[in-house]
Design a protein. Structure first.
Length: 657
């Protein structure tokens, strides 16, 4: 069956990102699409499907157009709209090559309300639809453009009607009036949501309490009356939408419009991928570069550099073409230690100072020695897994408040002994984990005054959020003062403030394989490549062995090997081993093994797994498997921190402490 190729609202949004993407989208068997499942994952993890269902509760008499076939959905919509007063969910409107499904459409005579529902954080007390320098806020612009396109199509379909356009979003200024909202919306069969109202809860009132309905006609009119900006050009909606619709209908490639936006292209594939790379096709056509040229690195790979568009505009495409004068001033800021951003970029271009060259990588021994001298043993490595869902699960909480449901904790003693010291996991539906999380962390860390380590400021942000929740709680726990004192001590400015190893990696370590990234999933494989100690230690079955390194989740009589070294000396990536556990994190048949692996590799598995444990009716065995996989995954994150520290201490001429 050949499906018609209409320019839908999702295709329109894609074209605004890059018109060439219209050719690659939907060809999963031919081109790699890294976002093929990410939209579903994001909607699930954030509670987007639940927001959509809650929005419908605002209109109890609404009729859902459930047909997926375009023609049938269009015909049924037309039939319902023949009446004077009707509310439709997902009505299908087609005009020529344009086809939209509107989230909520309210018709009263010749007046229409077009309501676009978004699981987007919004604060009615601080709307921020406009930027500080005027114009539409960049963060809101895609949502407003989406609504404007739908309005434009609806006006063509009903030229005599008066159309008002709204966004409906969770309002962060409100608080949940009841517990257990997450249990009122259950996911079935990939994305089907079943609404289960609780006795005594007015669902319409719940919807109007938590969701803000914001009129946006002025923004829509502005977007429709001014040129749309997109990579490589700008044009009025009336002009460019027809061009894009025609190209999509004809399945025709538009000319490549390369630029800094290409760094975010979802249609990327490397040389080992069985699928083709739309990104490489575009760049080869536009620049004349070869596959080999692109593989060696383009300016898009330059870490944290905001001048990529300017370089591309001047015909500079390869990393090897970038000169020192293209970067900012190399001089350190007063009081700044370690690498500045331009210095780190210069390292990425292959220029490692001989004074810091440890055999092909950069390591600032002086900085690391000074930092390590400040640390107190035993050293505590912690990593959190968290979520921030659109609909608050618990009474008194706001939309998108932080939920801390898991941590892992490794300890390094002064004599070098390592152990997985503890963990916490609370994923039971309806259980608010944050205070129990804080208590468990306190119990783990208050046994001594050793230094505590995180990787990136995320942990600091989460602890501050819990402190704020404790302060705002109308019925705080009895130990609120003790918990607050403990958490404040760990955060920035506290007497035991956590050490950010990610920032230390940024300032004092660089390996070409990281391509400038300071993600632990990039730093760990790099240090494994150059650390004799790590390769020798973790290529043996000592992890989880009775006489080896104690582990909470990998214990077995013969131990566990974390590093595989091939006969030619190549070192395997421990995170790659998690791919074999991916099917446990994301059970079900709707994802292929490859999709599940990519989900884990992208690091979004924990939040998604938590969401599924909250929203899905799941059998006991599946819950046990997911919880087990979550524990293994988080334990590896803190073990990775241990490994990186071990390598850095190995690189020092003298080890502090």
């Amino acid at each position: 069956m050949i499906h018609p190729r209409y320019l839908t609202k999702s295709r329109f949004k894609l074209a605004l990102e890059c018109p060439r993407k219209l050719f690659y989208i939907g060809k999963r068997d031919e081109y790699r699409d890294q976002m093929a499942e990410n939209d579903f994952m994001a909607m699930l993890a954030e509670g987007g499907y639940q927001v959509g269902e809650l929005a419908k509760q605002s209109y109890p008499g609404g009729i859902e157009i459930q047909e997926r076939d375009h023609a049938l959905a269009e015909a049924l919509t037309s039939e319902h709209l023949s009446g004077d007063n009707v509310v439709l969910f997902e009505p299908a409107i087609r005009v020529g090559d344009f086809f939209i499904r509107i989230d909520i459409l309210v018709k009263t005579g010749q007046q229409f309300e077009l309501i676009e529902v978004k699981a987007k954080s919004y604060d009615s007390l601080k709307p921020r639809f406009e930027g500080a320098r005027g114009g539409i806020n960049n963060a809101m612009l895609p949502y407003l453009q989406d609504a404007a396109f739908q309005t434009w199509v609806l006006r063509q379909a009903f030229p005599k009607a008066k159309i008002s356009t709204f966004l409906m979003m969770p309002d962060k200024s409100t608080r949940a009036p009841v517990d257990g909202i997450n249990q009122m919306f259950k996911i079935h069969e990939h994305s089907m949501v079943e609404v289960r109202p609780r006795p005594g809860v007015d669902m319409q009132e719940l919807a109007t309490t938590l969701l803000a309905k914001i009129p946006i006609d002025n923004y829509v009119d502005h977007i429709l009356s001014t040129p749309l900006e997109y990579p490589g050009g700008s044009a009025a909606m009336d002009e460019v939408a027809f061009v894009w619709a025609k190209a999509y209908r004809e399945d025709r490639r538009l000319d490549p419009l390369i630029g800094a936006h290409c760094g975010r292209c979802q249609f990327k594939a490397d040389a080992t991928d069985a699928l083709k790379s739309g990104f490489i096709e575009c760049w080869k056509q536009a620049t004349g570069l070869t596959d080999s040229d692109i593989a060696k690195g383009t300016v898009l790979d330059l870490w944290n550099f905001r001048g990529k568009q300017q370089l591309i505009d001047h015909g500079i495409y390869r990393l090897s073409q970038v000169q020192r004068e293209d970067l900012k001033d190399f001089e350190d800021e007063p009081g700044e230690e370690g690498l500045s951003d331009p210095q780190r970029q210069w390292l990425q271009l292959g220029n490692i100072s001989q004074n810091y060259d440890h055999g092909g990588f950069y390591f600032d021994s002086a900085l690391m020695t000074w930092e390590m001298a400040q640390w107190r043993f035993p050293l505590h490595m912690i990593d959190f897994e968290t979520a921030a869902v659109a609909l608050p699960f618990y009474k008194g909480m706001r939309p998108y408040e932080a939920i801390a449901f898991q941590f892992s904790h490794h300890v390094v003693e002064k004599n070098g002994c390592i152990r997985h010291a503890g963990q916490f996991l609370c994923v039971e539906p309806g259980a608010f984990p944050n205070y129990a999380f804080a208590r468990a962390l306190k119990e783990q860390l208050e046994v001594d005054v050793g230094s505590v380590f995180m990787w990136s400021p995320h942990e600091n942000t989460i602890l501050n959020s819990i402190v704020r929740q404790l302060a705002e709680d109308a019925s705080p726990p009895d130990d609120v003062e003790e918990l607050t004192l403990f958490l404040n001590g760990l955060t920035k400015g506290g007497d035991r403030a956590m050490v950010d190893l990610c920032l230390l990696a940024q300032k004092g370590f660089f390996h070409p394989d990281t391509k400038g990234s300071n993600s632990i999933k990039k730093v760990l494989p790099a240090v494994l490549k150059v650390s004799d100690v790590l390769r020798d230690t973790y290529s043996k079955p000592i992890y989880g062995a009775p006489s080896g390194i104690p582990s909470s989740n990998f214990s077995r009589p013969d131990g566990f090997v974390w590093i595989e070294v091939t006969s030619d000396g190549q070192v395997g990536d421990p995170y790659a081993r998690l791919k074999q556990y991916a099917k446990d994190l994301i059970p079900g048949d709707e994802f292929s093994t490859e999709d599940r692996a990519s989900i884990v590799a992208e690091g979004g598995a924990a939040a998604t797994a938590y969401a599924r444990l909250q929203f899905e009716d799941m059998d006991g065995d599946s819950r046990v498997r997911i919880k087990s996989a979550l524990l293994r995954y988080c334990e590896l994150d803190t073990l990775a921190m241990v490994m990186v520290l071990q390598a850095w201490r190995e690189f020092l001429p003298e080890v502090p402490g």
